[in-house]
Design a binder for this molecule. Sequence first.
Ligand code: BG6
Ligand code: MG
Length: 227
Amino acid sequence: MSGLSACLFDLDGVIVDTAKYHFVAWRQIAHELGFEFTEQNNERLKGVSRMRSLEILLEVGGLALDTATKVALAEKKNALYLSYVMQMTPTEVLPGAVDFLKNCRQSGYKTALATASRNAAVIIELLKIAPLFDVVVDGNRVTHTKPDPEVFLTCASDLGVSPTACVVFEDAEAGIEAAHVGGMLAIGIGSPANLAKADLVVPGLSKISVEQLRAAWDNKKSTVAKP
Ligand code: BG6
Ligand code: MG
């Protein structure tokens, strides 16, 4: 395993809590289609692409729709979602995220945003955090979504570092799996119960320091080095 060179961050649930906006927008679509969509159902949409999210929603409602209707519904949901997102201000960046990103950069690590969202550019502009990332790879650039490692491998390639020199910060199980498939260290953001496969789990970026990150890295390195 190489030395640590880059920190890759998921957006939704790691840098900002947009899940609540995705939820109200999807719930409104479900109501229009005549069924209920709960917060528990919404858990299944975390880290999943917009179209796959719609498919899961339709599964919950027991509906099968044609492609043209699905495309129109996904567009309608996105317009609703953006109407909430456009109201966001930098106060909605999750606690500790800005400081941790700055500390990573000051420690010499490159930073990247790695997300399935196709709205990432507008969100990081609104939150005024775009300058904190060397590279942004979003849902407009990747074909395969997590647990496929494409988004993380594209970040590593754009940054010019080996995938094995990257650490990923993720709140979704699919993202932890994607990081591991890509040969990267995976730090879970959230509860250990949902992120059992992560190399380390912390409740948020306010609860991890660069020193703890280095310790997790060294720990993993020694595990990998064992025969
Ligand atoms: C992910 C979210 O980051 O982006 C998912 O966790 C969401 O819930 C996905 O479906 C796609 O987002 P968008 O903004 O392109 O609809
Ligand atoms: Mg996420």
